[in-house]
Ligand binder design. Structure first.
Ligand code: KIV
Ligand code: ZN
Length: 563
């Protein structure tokens, strides 16, 4: 038997930081968004993107609005090198975009990266070096002092390279890899030394210090503490940009990023839909849309998220989870009856939200308006055996324009539920309509209306003479009757045919469509003495014809129930 041992693990060291400020702050502006899809994301794909796919992805990132895009690790593969060169040689980088090229702090890799970016207008040269004790001792077999020296030597080399390209605007980003597993004082020491070796940081062209949670080993509040302490103790805050780079090993990268932004970071690296090593990088679709949902402009355009999702799925070959926030197929869908009912009510009263709640959008169970992300209202509610009348009526309303009266909703809900129980799966909108038609509009039964001709009396405009042609159990009947309206004349005629014991006290009508093509729909409750109410629904070119057809539908339902 396999045994697991929790005693192998321990709490990460917390930080002595009683004067922490970040928990009581709130985010009011967006950070600089940085896509690392084409590097961190691509490195982690079972089938890395080919050059054509990379270019399509790059264009997508530009369209979304990213201004910092890490395009490659040019010294790590020929493909990445060629892709960087292609962007430059074919002038494919928009004027306001800084591409980033990643390299380890190793001389030959730095030199190769310079070859890759030669002639570029502007870019970010991103150098990284692991600073954690774990890496220093186990991977590099160096001392902390030797590691610091590697950082300084590398940055000095990069500075010289940059100085040899005076026509290019090249900024430096330095990442102490495994920052969250590194002694904070040591990270500060390394970053200060890097700052000095670079010697070019200004408020206009700040040094980017990217402080990654390379592996998520700590809870989000500790990442925030580390960032706040780092910002507090770094002596040149005006000349640096503090950047975040969270991975999602414990599933908390979004929370860690948001808290670390509260703690003072100004820039966020991540990927669309959280692609990246292992559990991935922080999902920028989620972080940015969280901001959007709080009314903070993001500068990123996710107004056609389904297209973005479809493109990324196709390029990466990896599907997006059904429940991925914002993008997942089911994330704006309610299956359960009580949720559907509440959503329907909220949606129908949306116009009153500003007055009642002081916001433009306040709907039960939906924190954002799906249409802001290119999603549709129709799919808000999907039907299965858990669904209720509210959901079913929503489908009829939204997709077919029907407005059945409230009193009819329980009957409609029950009819669809019976069907859903029978088929034992999700029920499509067209099936909902099919069942509605079968049960309420055209129920099978003994009564078939062949025609009804209501005519006003020549002398008394309040009086109607009606003529009914109807077959009952296959036998044709013709009958005339009078009433004070077309419906009452029809009911009177039915009485003459022996159809008694019910009354039509009121009915609900609507027009479906517009102008000359409009159809009238009537929802008629037939009250059966001592036996409750049954609704019938009729459609016609005018409301009188619709109403009498609805009555016949109700009678057929009644006949079916009596069997
Ligand atoms: O996760 C990480 O630490 C990285 C660095 C290269 C920034 O990807
Ligand atoms: Zn990473």
């Amino acid at each position: 038997m396999v045994t697991t041992s929790v005693s192998k693990y321990t709490q990460p060291n917390p930080f002595d930081h009683p004067e922490r400020q970040w928990p009581s702050r709130s985010i009011t502006t967006s950070p600089i968004w940085v896509s690392v899809d084409l590097r961190d994301g691509n490195q982690a794909l079972p089938n890395p993107l080919n050059p054509r796919q990379k270019l399509e992805y790059f264009k997508l990132l530009c369209q979304i609005g990213f201004k910092n895009i890490e395009v490659a690790f040019p010294s790590a593969s020929q493909d990445d090198f060629d892709f960087t060169r292609r962007l430059i040689d074919e002038d494919l980088i928009p004027d306001d975009v800084f591409i980033m090229a990643l390299t380890q702090c190793r001389d030959h890799l730095i030199d190769r990266t310079f070859e890759a970016i030669r002639g570029i207008r502007q870019c970010i040269f991103h150098a990284y070096l692991a600073t954690s004790d774990l890496h220093i001792r186990q991977v590099f077999d160096l001392t902390p002092q030797q590691t610091l020296q590697v950082a300084v030597d590398s940055v000095t080399r990069i500075r010289k390279g940059v100085e040899s390209m005076p026509d290019s605007d090249i900024r430096l980003e330095f990442s102490p890899e495994e920052f969250t597993d590194t002694d904070l004082d040591y990270s500060l020491e390394v970053c200060k030394a890097v700052y000095k070796a670079w010697g070019r940081a200004t408020p206009e062209k700040p040094l980017i210090l990217n402080l990654p949670a390379t592996v998520e080993r700590r809870p989000p509040n500790q990442y925030a503490d580390m960032i706040e302490l780092f910002c507090k103790h770094f002596p040149y805050p005006e000349n640096v940009l503090i950047s975040l780079h969270a991975h999602n090993d414990q599933g908390m990268a979004v929370a860690a990023t948001e808290m670390a932004l509260l703690a003072g970071a100004q820039r966020v690296e991540g990927t669309l839909f959280g692609h990246g090593e292992r559990t991935g990088n922080v999902d920028l679709v989620v972080v940015a849309n969280n901001f959007f949902a709080r009314g903070i402009p993001t500068g990123l355009d996710f107004s056609d998220l389904p297209r973005i999702a479809e493109t990324v799925e196709r390029l990466t070959g990896m599907p997006i989870h059904y429940r991925a926030p914002y993008a997942g197929e089911y994330v704006f869908t309610a299956f359960s009856g009580s949720h559907q009912d509440a959503i329907r009510k909220g949606m129908n009263q949306l116009d009153s939200a500003p007055k009642k709640f002081g916001v433009g959008w306040k709907v039960p169970y939906l924190h954002v308006d799906p249409t802001d992300l290119g999603r549709k209202y129709e799919s808000l509610i999907r039907i299965n055996s858990q669904s209720g009348k509210g959901g079913v009526v929503w489908v009829l309303e939204q997709e077919y324009g029907l407005q059945p009266p409230r009193a009819m909703h329980p009957e409609i809900g029950a009819a669809i539920q019976d069907y859903a129980d029978e088929v034992g799966r999700e029920v499509s909108s067209s099936e909902v309509k099919m069942v509605f038609d079968q049960v309420f509009v055209n129920p099978a039964g003994p009564y078939v209306l062949k025609g009804y001709w209501p005519r006003p009396d020549k002398h008394d405009p309040d009086k109607i003479h009606g003529e009914i042609h109807m077959s009952i159990d296959g036998t044709e009947h013709k009958v005339s009757a009078d009433g004070n309206g077309p419906v009452s004349a029809f009911v009177c005629g039915l009485e003459k045919l022996g159809l008694k014991g019910f009354s039509v006290d009121d009915y609900h009508e609507q027009a479906l469509g517009k102008g000359a093509d409009a159809t009238a729909v009537a929802y008629v409750p037939l009250k059966f003495a001592g036996n409750g109410v049954l609704f019938g629904v009729g459609e016609g070119t005018n409301i009188d014809q619709a109403a009498v057809r609805a009555i016949v539908a109700g009678l057929n339902r009644w006949a079916g129930k009596k069997k």
